[in-house]
Design a protein around this ligand. Structure first.
Ligand SMILES: [Zn+2]
Length: 318
């Protein structure tokens, strides 16, 4: 009994042998033509279709389709190349634009940096100028203050010197006054040039009992001096004394000067040596002289003491 695969093989082999070669070739050709036509009509252009319709023979239409395929491929390639070129150009342009932009940005940065530097320089200059002005002001103020202080010092020095000078002058004046006071005698003789003619206690025609004074004889008009500091308590006519002056001294002693020709003073304070009048011969006299009496308690004739002794006790030498 025959298996199914053997039968199938037998059938297959019969069929291959029974099919004529030409028929197979024709079928293959037809298939090719159909495929090419389908390609041509599917993607070809109008003129190519026209060429196909006009063409005669079986191989020509197949050759044109290949060319069209090549052309389409070339066109596609060219398009792709163009596109790539365009893209490349665009990319290059974009790159150039980027570079330019970067350059512009750098330029802007440089400009900004320069501007900042200029602004900083200007600010620094302004600051320096302000500092210099402040320094100048400070220096001027300092100089003015020093000048004022110097003026003040000078004024103070001048004032101090003036005060010192004044003080020194006052001191000198006081010293001179003191020296003068020291030099100035406390007591003096009534006449500087004289002759003693009548002594105290003498008796004579001119005196009622005895002589109560000391007589300094000198020419009429000879100045008579106060023997010490004191106050004139009387100046006038006193009978036997003629023109007489009485002076009371600080210790209470009274001195009397008689027989004056005229008075130089009649009142007020006197110092030792002051001229109070002049020698004369008024009153009870025999010649011009000054009669000096001394009354220690300012009393009357009973109080009178010897002027010679009294003057001697004052350090004088009549
Ligand atoms: Zn006398």
């Amino acid at each position: 009994m025959d298996s199914f695969p053997r039968r199938l093989r037998a059938l297959w082999g019969i069929r291959w042998r029974n099919i004529p070669l030409t028929a197979v070739a024709g079928i293959v050709a037809l298939g090719l033509v159909g495929g090419v036509l389908a390609l041509a009509f599917g993607s070809g252009s109008q003129p190519e279709n026209a060429a196909l319709t006009t063409a005669s023979g079986e191989h020509k239409p197949a050759s044109g389709a290949v060319e069209r395929i090549d052309a389409a491929a070339a066109i596609a390639k060219e398009s792709a190349e163009k596109k790539a070129a365009k893209e490349k150009a665009a990319a290059e342009q974009a790159e150039r634009a980027g570079v330019a932009k970067q350059r512009a940005a750098r330029s802007e940065q440089r400009r900004a940096a320069l501007e900042q530097a200029a602004a900083e320089k200007k600010a620094a200059e302004k600051k320096a100028a302000a500092r210099k002005a402040a320094e100048r002001k400070r220096a001027a103020e300092k100089a003015a203050a020093e000048k004022a202080a110097e003026r003040k010092r000078a004024a103070e020095k001048a004032a101090a010197e003036k005060a010192a000078e004044k003080k020194a002058a006052e001191k000198k004046a006081a010293a001179e006054k003191a020296a003068a006071a020291k030099r100035a005698p406390q007591w003096v003789l009534p006449l500087t040039s004289y002759e003693l003619t009548g002594r105290f206690g003498q008796s004579g025609n001119n005196w009622a009992s005895s002589h109560h004074g000391l007589d300094f004889a000198a020419d009429t008009g000879t100045p008579i001096h106060a023997v010490g500091k004191g106050e004139i308590i009387s100046a006038g006519w006193q009978n036997a004394y003629g023109n007489a002056i009485e002076i009371r001294h600080p210790d209470g002693t009274v001195t009397l000067y008689g027989h004056m020709s005229r008075f130089a003073r009649t009142s007020g304070s006197v110092s030792a040596g002051d001229v109070i009048g002049y020698v004369g011969a008024t009153g009870n006299v025999t010649g011009p002289h000054c009669h000096l009496e001394v009354r220690p308690h300012g009393g009357g004739l009973d109080d009178a003491i010897d002027p010679f002794v009294w003057l001697k006790n004052k350090g004088l030498n009549p």
